[in-house]
Ligand binder design. Structure first.
Ligand code: MN3
Length: 383
């Protein structure tokens, strides 16, 4: 059996480190070909020594010398800079590219990987939020598969097995509700950065944890689902499910609903994206019904958690509006983590930026790049 050779973009983050665990647990099936990281050079060095990839890239060029010196005696090629990341994903020895970097930075490497015909294990949802039209069209042209790593989208993908001829009527993306589920606007006025960083069910990076608390993450996932499964906004609903056991639900035209369930563990969608269409044996903890005698479901309140409503608005209008939404969000989340803006202030600023930016109905890649830049500037000014 030939091993699948994997490039991990964003190897030092939460998804990246779990992907390495999954690969190391299945050495006869997978091997790491490339590791890339943004800033965390120490962890990248440790990972490179451990998994012995063919190449490593550090995006922040200031760390290049440190990385070279540390890996001097290893048979590993060392590069630095964003352009190097966009180049290495195209090498012939890569079968699957796991896009697990944070935010907009994933866009260009993902496009380059698809252009080179690499299958994508997509963990970087912002890529589809920013330029879903370009990415999905290119993937079709190049016969590239995009395997979702986001747990909700992996769930829908798993529900679709054996349903090739059967269109979905609608999908329900489940949402834990985050740490502030059920809170009113008045209560949200007082929440802090540390409150927001305490997610009840999932252990994730800081950016996505804040996005989960504001429901922007769920809004992004709605847009991600539109592009991955070719759905209209009316076909995608959010349902709050605090236990995070049902990972999402596909409803077909006969009214039948299929759900994918299990304990919340990102390693499962990661390994499924790598091993599809096969399922590999794992020793992950199993779900026990007696531990969860009650699974509950409730409507999200999009008047309180306005980011999800803004995402629906961006999806309905199309064009470059979701790109604007993402850029403004990245800036306000960064400001919130530095305690320069309040929790509710984030939605106010994003909405203002969406109202002020020029709308482009059919953007080119260059338009997206420009929109991202301008929206970031405008957001900084408004903070
Ligand atoms: Mn998710």
């Amino acid at each position: 059996m030939t091993k699948k050779r994997i490039a991990i973009l964003g190897s030092t983050g939460s998804i990246g480190t779990q992907a390495i665990e999954v690969i190391e647990a299945n050495p006869d099936r997978f091997e790491v070909e490339i590791l890339t990281a943004n800033n965390n050079v120490d962890l990248l060095i440790a990972q490179a020594r451990q998994v012995q990839p063919n190449m490593v890239v550090i995006a922040n060029e200031q760390h290049y010398e440190t990385l070279c010196e540390a890996l001097e005696n290893e048979p590993i090629k060392v590069y630095a800079g964003a352009e190097a990341i966009a180049q290495v994903v195209q090498v012939s020895t890569v079968d699957i590219v796991l896009t697990a970097m944070v935010g907009y930075s994933g866009l260009i490497p993902t496009i380059k990987a698809i252009e080179a015909g690499k299958h994508i294990a997509l963990a970087n949802k912002e890529t589809l939020v920013v330029a879903g039209d370009i990415i999905s069209k290119l993937a079709r042209e190049k016969n590239v598969n995009i395997y979702p790593v986001d747990s909700e989208h992996s769930a829908i993908f798993q529900c679709l097995c054996g349903e090739m001829q059967n269109p979905m009527e609608k999908i329900y993306l489940t949402c834990s509700g985050g740490p502030f589920r059920g809170m009113s606007l008045e209560q949200l006025e007082k929440v802090t950065r540390d409150d927001a960083l305490r997610h009840p069910n999932w252990d994730m990076g800081a950016k996505i944890t804040i996005d989960s608390a504001t429901l922007m993450n769920k809004g992004f996932e709605v847009i991600e689902a539109k592009w991955l499964f070719d759905l209209t906004p009316e076909q995608i609903d959010i349902i709050v499910h605090p236990q995070s056991i049902v990972h999402s639900i596909a409803q077909f035209e006969d009214g039948s609903m299929k759900a994918q369930m299990g304990l919340p563990d990102m390693k499962l969608p990661i390994i499924y994206a790598f091993s599809y269409p096969e399922r590999l044996k794992t020793d992950f903890p199993r779900f026990n019904f007696l531990d969860y005698p009650t699974l509950t479901f409730e409507q999200p309140n999009l008047e309180v958690f306005r980011n999800a409503a803004l995402a629906y608005q961006a999806m309905r209008k199309g064009g470059n509006l979701a790109c604007t939404l993402n850029a403004a969000n990245e800036v306000v989340v960064d400001a919130f983590l530095k305690e320069k803006i309040s929790f509710l202030g984030m939605s106010d600023v994003i909405e203002k930026v969406m109202g002020k930016m020029d709308f482009i109905a059919a953007p080119t890649l260059n338009d997206y790049v420009e929109t991202d830049k301008k929206a970031r500037q405008l957001t900084c000014e408004l903070i």
